[in-house]
Write a protein that binds this ligand. Sequence first.
Ligand SMILES: [Zn+2]
Length: 383
Amino acid sequence: MKKLYFSVFIICLQLTGVAQDSAFSRQWVDTLTSPYFFGRGYTQQGMQKAAAYIRDAFKQYGLVPLTGSSYIQEFSFDVNTFPGDMEVTINNKKLMPGIDYIVFPESTGSHTQGKLQQADSVTFVNQEEKVIVTLKDKLTWSVGREEAPYTGIEVNKKALTSNPASFKIAIDNKFVKDFKAANIAAMVRGTAQPDSFIFITAHYDHLGSMGSKTFFPGANDNASGIALLMNLAHYYAMHPQKYSMGFICFAAEEAGLVGSEYFTNHPLVPLSHIRFLINTDLAGTGSEGITVVNATEFPEEFAMMNEVNDKEKLLVKINARGKAANSDHYYFTEKGVPSFFFYTQGGITAYHDVFDIAATLPLQEQEDLFKLVRGFCNKLMNE
Ligand SMILES: [Zn+2]
C-alpha cells in the first residue's frame, strides 16, 4: 500500500520533471515515521524494513551500488530490545509509556510489584526486586548495548503528585546477540573522475520501540536527513557530475555510530578517494540556521559553503563548530577523510522522545539545504 503510493509519487515527479523539494521531503518524512517502520529500530523488523525501502528507492532513482552488485553492507552487534509488555503503575497510577516514563535502555525485564524506598532526592529503589525509579524533568531515550541486572524507570516529575512509594510493573526485554543491521550504499558514477568521490551521508535508524505499542518516530532524527539525502540522490541521478557522488544511509547510529564505524573499518571504496564527506542529522528545522561540525578543521571549505549561502541567500546563519563525536562523520574524520556534519537549529525541542513526530516538524529549510549542498559540491569539484 505504502509502496504503491510512493511509486505513484515518483511517477508524478518524473512527469513534472522538477523535484518539488519540500513536498518530496515531506513525503519521505511521513513515510519513514509511519507505524510500518516502527521507529526504524530493533523490534517488528523496523530497521530492516527501512533498509529495504531505501534500497528500492535508490534503485528506482537510477543509482547503482557503491561497489559490486549489492547496495547492502551488513554488520551485527548486541543490543537490548523491548518487544513485548511495557506497563508501569506508580502510586496506583498507570503511567503512559514514552510520555510519563521511559525504561533505562539497559533494563532487564520484570513482572513484579512492591514498595519503594527513597535513596536520594530523585531516586527510589526496591533492593529485593531490583527495581530503580528516578524522577526527571525531561525524558530522553537511547539504545542499550548491554543488559543490566535491574529494571530502571525514569518517571517524568509532572506525572506524579507525590514521591514514588509503590510500583507494579510488567516489562519484557530481549537481549539480542548479533542483531543484523545494514548500511545502504549507492552512487552516481562520475563522468570525468569516477575514482574521486563526494559522499553524502545520513543515518536512517532511530530508537525503535519501547514495548509492542509505543514507538519513537524520529522525524527530525533522522528521517529529515534521509529526506534531504534522497532529494540529492534523485537530483544527481539525473545530473551526473565530474566526480562520483556516493550516498550512504547508515544503520545503528543511535546505538553509538555503529554503522559508520563499521564502514570506516570496511570501506567500500578507499577512504583516500573521498574528496569530502557531508553528513546530515537533524535537518528538519532551521529557523535559526545550521551549525557545521568540523568548520574550524576545514576553514577553506567552510568559506566555500558560506560563499554559496551568501550568494544564493539561503540560511539565516551558518554557525562554526569544531570537532565533535556526535554523528556519523566522526570516524571518517578520525581516519583523515575531510568532512562536515551539519544540523539545523531553531524550532522544535523534541529530541529522542515520542514527540519527535512528522506533524510538528517544519522542514522549512529542506530546499535551501538542498541548494547549499549542491552549490558546495559544485565548488568542491571545480576548485
Ligand atoms: Zn541522529
